[in-house]
Design a protein around this ligand. Structure first.
Ligand code: AMP
Length: 418
């Protein structure tokens, strides 16, 4: 199976080669022919499956024909990071063509966005709030949109964007192609989809569960010991890039600061930072300036860093959907990753929900040589039959040292500190 089967314009084929895609991912295999045919699509695929290219490539194919310099494709994303991420993919894949794109989101000045729109673009990648602003100010004309993509539609719903989406939909031509993507489809988003998709094809990649290349473990620990556990874990575990999730912006900020003080190359990514600061943190993480990023859920949307070896849920997520999204940040594009979740006594129900979603029991681990004081995890009190905790992470150690990807390995860190 290769990309030849889709008969893309040669300029697009050249870009696919240039970015190094050889085989279409399962979602691309299923979705691209349908999008090329002009069908509406409901795509159920978690992040990391190649879904951006699954809609971007056929959109580019459409735009290489027909009129230029008018907005013909609109892609709506819930966060600035995701919008920026999709924009980068569109730039990469459209390089040889005449197709031009712009990303529009808040937190940065409108001026350059408006001037790029005025100069004429075919693809707009937007967050709902800024898009509505531009519409209300008459800075953007969506009356010629042929394709609408709602990416991470489930997240949009979580973030309360549904009313905005409905307002935007009113400004679009009724005759258009609509593509919906999400890792999960909660009830209200499914209802919206039923209303606006016409005879859609559903494209579903496997079970709606986290990518198989990720292994999962829970670390029972009381809240008061979490920070020490994290530090001990980072010392003991050879890691590549590590993404740590916290429940609050303050925790993300404080953790990053604490780790920085201890000699780690760490940054925070949270909603109180300016768009510029956030982008710097993401770029620094992607380019290897930082090994560790401490982030909140919303801020971390759309991070596409393929070398993330570990996602550590410092705080367990509030929903199982959020778990899928978080751990979708590792194990991307066929790499393997580990997802460690710190689970306090109050998190029992959520750990069970996550296990239900994964359809398997998740190993409870204790970090060797870590002083848990008098803490006894709930699961041990109940005498359940979990496997004994693993003494070492020697398998991962071997792999990381062998592949030399462990820029954050204790060895490398101690070298850096010298
Ligand atoms: P996405 O799910 O769109 O966020 O994509 C996840 C990652 O997969 C990105 O780093 C893409 O560059 C990469 N990717 C997308 N399509 C392919 C492909 N056909 N072959 C290899 N990598 C891909």
């Amino acid at each position: 199976m290769n990309f030849e089967q889709f008969s893309f314009d040669q300029r697009i084929v050249a870009r696919i080669k240039a970015v190094g895609y050889t085989t279409p991912t399962p979602i691309q295999q299923q979705a691209i022919p349908m999008v090329l045919k002009g069908r509406d699509v409901m795509g159920l695929a978690q992040t990391g499956t190649g879904k951006t290219a699954a809609f971007m490539l056929p959109i580019l194919q459409r735009l290489t024909q027909g009129p230029l310099r008018r907005v013909r494709a609109l892609i709506i994303a819930p966060t600035r990071e995701l919008a920026e991420q999709i924009y980068q993919v569109s730039l990469e894949l459209s390089k040889n063509t005449n197709v031009r794109s712009v990303s529009v989101y808040g937190g940065v000045s409108k001026v350059s966005q408006v001037s790029r729109l005025r100069s004429g673009v075919e693809i707009v990648i937007a967050c709902p709030g800024r898009l509505l602003d531009l519409l209300n100010d008459g800075d953007i004309d969506l009356s010629r949109v042929e394709v609408l993509v709602l990416d991470e539609a489930d997240r949009m719903c979580d973030m309360g964007f549904l009313p905005d989406i409905r307002r935007i939909l009113k400004r679009l031509p009724a005759r258009r192609q609509t593509l919906f993507f999400g890792a999960t489809m909660p009830e209200d988003i499914r209802k919206l989809a039923d209303n606006i998709l016409k005879d859609p094809v559903t494209v579903q990649i496997g079970k709606i569960a986290p990518v198989k290349t990720v292994s999962h473990a829970f670390y029972p620990v009381p809240d008061s010991l979490k920070k020490n556990l994290l530090l001990a874990m980072l010392e003991q575990t050879p890691t590549g890039r590590v993404l740590i999730f916290t429940r609050t912006k303050y925790r993300a900020r404080n953790l990053a600061r604490d780790m920085e003080k201890r000699g780690y190359r760490a940054a925070a990514l949270q909603g109180n930072m300016s768009q510029n600061q956030r982008q710097k943190a993401i770029n620094g993480f992607r380019d290897g300036k930082y090994d560790i990023l401490a982030a909140t859920d919303v801020a971390a949307r759309g991070i596409d860093v393929s070398e993330i070896s570990h996602v550590i849920n410092f705080d367990i997520p509030d929903t199982v959907d959020a778990y899928i999204h978080r751990i979708g940040r590792t194990g991307r594009a066929h790499r393997s990753g580990e997802a460690f979740t710190f689970a306090g006594p109050a998190d029992e129900q959520m750990t069970r929900d996550i296990e239900k979603l994964l359809g398997t029991r998740i190993e409870r681990r204790r970090l060797p040589d870590f002083d848990y004081g008098s803490f006894v995890p709930e699961s041990q009190l109940k005498k359940n039959h979990s496997k004994p905790p693993r003494k070492t992470l020697s398998h991962h150690k071997r792999n990381y040292i062998r592949s030399n990807e462990g820029s954050n390995s204790p060895r490398r860190r101690s070298q850096r500190r010298k």
